[in-house]
Design a protein around this ligand. Structure first.
Ligand code: F42
Length: 334
């Protein structure tokens, strides 16, 4: 039996009260981490996390993930320190380059993403240690930033990464890494990159929590779970770079067709979902009945994943999915 940390992702796209109720269910089920996605157009990530902190007592809470473009790293340092305080030491920070599609709507240019994340993490760590930050980075310049309070204890920083350079950076500087993928093949590749980064920084990869931020769909009914997963997989295929599609033998032409449907907006979504093949859903999701997902999780653990994040859609019915995970998945791993 393998020891694994369990995370769960929630997208705050419905009333905060509802999201918090799901986080409470997840805590009761035994999840260790609740990761809340950060997009400006959804409910605010820190308001959601604060509300959750006040109504839970064990589960670790963090943005999964925020970015240094929309929010200045000094502001993030204070936000995460405040969350640490209000949660009694349960804050974790997920930070990465951010979502290009969202930035386009804000007119933010995605310049030097690796440098931005590297500088942001260094600045946040210094501010959390109570230091006065004067720095002339390539992306961020500080002329004497300092928090006027200090959080107790350490706040782990996880880097959201998929590309080879970002994965290496996570190996160099991250306490953990949140990787948007669900297939062992992607993790074999990612862990190789993380190791390279860790070695460069003289670190042991064992000190880094490698989290599989999966597309997850569980139900007693295999086909129902698969159909629900396809709704998320369509977007993953549309957003995947050619080398990732190639790794799974998915034709770029078919991906283009799905992209075309999605580009039409909600009226094209059903066509996009229908164009998702079984090969695609196998490559990009963990889905099925409890016994199916247990098998797939075991494959991830074998290649070196140390945290499994149950990500969207979680299941056709979230509440039932969390119950199934608690009763029929967790017992295989404790
Ligand atoms: N994005 C959000 O906005 N909100 C979320 O809630 C969110 C959650 C999330 C969870 C897990 C996860 O893995 C990703 C998540 N994301 C979320 C997406 C995330 O923000 C990124 O969009 C995603 O991880 C893709 O990033 P990436 O690792 O592929 O990095 C990008 C920037 C990339 O292209 N990287 C390349 C690479 O090899 O890593 C190279 C980049 C590059 O070449 N940069 C230039 C260069 O010349 O090298 C710049 C160099 C420099 O100095 O920076």
């Amino acid at each position: 039996m393998t020891k694994v940390k369990w995370g769960i992702e929630f997208v705050p796209d419905s009333a905060i009260e509802k999201v918090v109720n799901f986080i409470k269910l997840a805590e009761d089920a035994g999840f260790h981490y609740a990761w809340i996605t950060d997009h400006y157009n959804n409910r605010n990530v820190y308001v959601t996390l604060t509300a959750a902190a006040l109504q839970t007592s064990k589960i670790n809470l963090g943005p999964g993930i925020t970015n240094p473009y929309v929010i200045n790293p000094a502001w993030t340092a204070s936000a995460i320190a405040s969350l640490h305080e209000v949660s009694g030491g349960r804050a974790v920070l997920g930070i990465g380059p951010g979502d290009k599609a969202t930035f386009n709507t804000l007119g933010i240019e995605w310049q030097k993403p690796l440098t931005a994340v590297r500088e942001a993490v260094a600045t946040i760590r210094r501010l959390l240690r109570g230091e006065l930050v004067k720095s002339k980075g390539q992306v961020f310049k500080y002329a004497g930033a300092k928090l006027s309070y200090r959080p107790q204890g350490e706040i782990p920083i996880y880097i959201g990464a998929q590309g080879p350079k970002m994965l290496r950076l996570a190996g160099e500087i991250g306490d953990g890494v949140l990787i948007n993928a669900s297939h062992p093949r992607d993790f074999e590749y990612a862990i190789k990159m993380i190791k390279e980064g860790a070695e460069k920084a003289n670190r042991d990869i064992k000190s880094i929590d490698v989290a599989a931020y999966t597309c997850f769909s569980i139900s007693e009914d295999y086909e129902v779970a698969k159909e629900k997963a396809k709704q998320v997989v369509a977007f993953i295929v549309a957003g995947s770079p050619p080398q990732v599609l190639e790794r799974h033998g998915i034709s770029p032409d078919v991906a283009d067709i799905i992209r075309g449907h999605i580009a039409k907006g909600p009226k094209g979504f059903v066509d996009a979902f229908n164009a998702v093949t079984d090969e695609m859903v196998d490559a990009f999701a963990i889905y099925g009945r409890p016994e199916d997902v247990v098998e797939k999780i075991n494959q991830l653990l074998k290649v070196g994943v140390t945290q499994v994040v149950v990500g969207s859609p979680i299941g056709p019915k979230k509440k039932n999915a969390i119950r199934l995970i608690k009763e029929k998945v967790f017992p295989h791993f404790t």
